[in-house]
Write a protein that binds this ligand. Structure first.
Ligand code: SF4
Length: 348
């Protein structure tokens, strides 16, 4: 099954909570998501059983990878129970799902072992700098780098790898952290990815002149660390891979690799095989969508599995989203008139 641009459905991102204990300025600015912000009541969240049922139906359309997101997914109580349920599912080929999770790492040190035991395969941790002052200002809740690093180490010891670390690069805020981050993770087995600052949601005050293109990130890294381009590992991979090279100029796997995710300057919509499910069961077909499809009503109504599966199929087949490709054709600062859904609601 493919959408209107011939893209298969392979990757499902499930937001399990709209809450977070950070207030990253590019995602959940404190001014908007203050202490009186009306987060979703628990009753409106999909239950673990509903999430597992819907995941099983997405698998019938070819989904092979499920990423749990949020908000901060580790804030969802007993998430290990959900992970156990999802880990028991099998793809159409009879294989285990590529079950992963994106976290800010704040409580990972406490949870890593239990997540692994429940069946989680690997984790991606967000960290925007090594300098404590810079990181604390970006997460805007004064959270220290050391505790996130402790979470990454606990995940490594628990076998939740290969671990990926995502750094959002915002020009004028943290580009001076690019080399320190690379120096810290090079040769550790952790794959560091640099993400171009994006106009996600409608509240982060995004400006194009605060985007540091990935080409400049690579140029900066190469002033100190030799890099060679690597081939993608899977269709639809968002990151461009670069391997650390040895003195002969060849990739040295012991030194590892980095990635750049260039949604703004090198859009990858052409191979985008991702769907997103919000915390309350709305299906979104693009990170920059403004509307979603209510699957919860089907789950909580009389609809059979077949009926829900065919609804998902129809929705995907009607998909033609490619916002990042179109962004550059829009007037500066315009989003084409649509108000993007918040990233903290549908997950990154
Ligand atoms: S902008 Fe939308 S369609 Fe393009 S890669 Fe991102 S999520 Fe996919």
């Amino acid at each position: 099954m493919a959408d209107r641009l011939g893209r298969p459905l392979r990757d499902l991102r499930i937001s399990v909570t709209d809450r977070c204990n950070f207030r990253c300025t590019y995602c959940m600015p404190k001014e908007i998501f203050g202490k009186d912000h009306p987060f979703l009541p628990h009753a409106s969240l999909l239950t673990f059983e509903e999430i597992t049922r819907i995941a099983r139906l997405f698998i019938t359309h070819g989904v092979q990878k499920i990423r749990l997101t949020g908000g901060e997914p580790l804030l969802r109580k007993n998430i290990e129970v959900l992970i156990e349920q999802l880990a028991a599912l099998r793809t159409l080929e009879g294989k285990p799902l590529d079950l992963t999770l994106t976290t800010n790492g704040s409580i990972l040190a406490r949870k890593a072992k239990a997540l692994k035991a429940a069946g989680l395969r690997r984790v991606t941790v967000s960290l925007d700098g090594m300098d404590d002052a810079v990181f604390r200002s970006m997460n805007d809740v004064d959270f220290p780098v050391a505790d996130v690093l402790a979470g990454i180490e606990a995940a490594r010891l628990a076998g939740l790898g290969p671990i990926k670390v995502n750094m959002v690069v915002k020009r004028g805020t943290n580009e001076q952290e690019i080399l320190p981050m690379a120096r810290h993770f090079r040769g550790t087995g952790v794959v560091l990815r640099f993400i171009e600052y994006m106009d996600v949601g409608a509240t982060n005050g995004w400006r194009m002149d605060e985007v540091l293109p990935s080409s400049e990130v690579i140029k900066l890294l190469r002033t100190e660390l030799p890099l060679v381009p690597l081939d993608p590992t899977a269709p639809g991979e968002t990151a461009e891979r670069w391997g650390y090279a040895d003195a002969s100029g060849r990739h040295d796997p012991r030194l590892g690799e980095i990635g750049v995710i260039s949604s703004v300057t090198r859009a990858f919509c052409g191979s985008c095989n991702r769907a997103r499910l919000s915390t309350e069961g709305r299906l979104f077909l693009c990170l920059f969508a403004s509307q979603g499809y209510d699957l919860r009503a089907l789950l909580r109504g009389e609809a059979t599995d077949e009926a829900i599966a065919s609804a998902i199929g129809r929705i995907w087949q009607g998909r033609s989203d490619r916002y990042s490709e179109l962004r550059s054709t829009m007037p500066a600062g315009s989003t084409g008139g649509a108000r993007h859904i918040e990233m903290s609601y549908i997950g990154g």
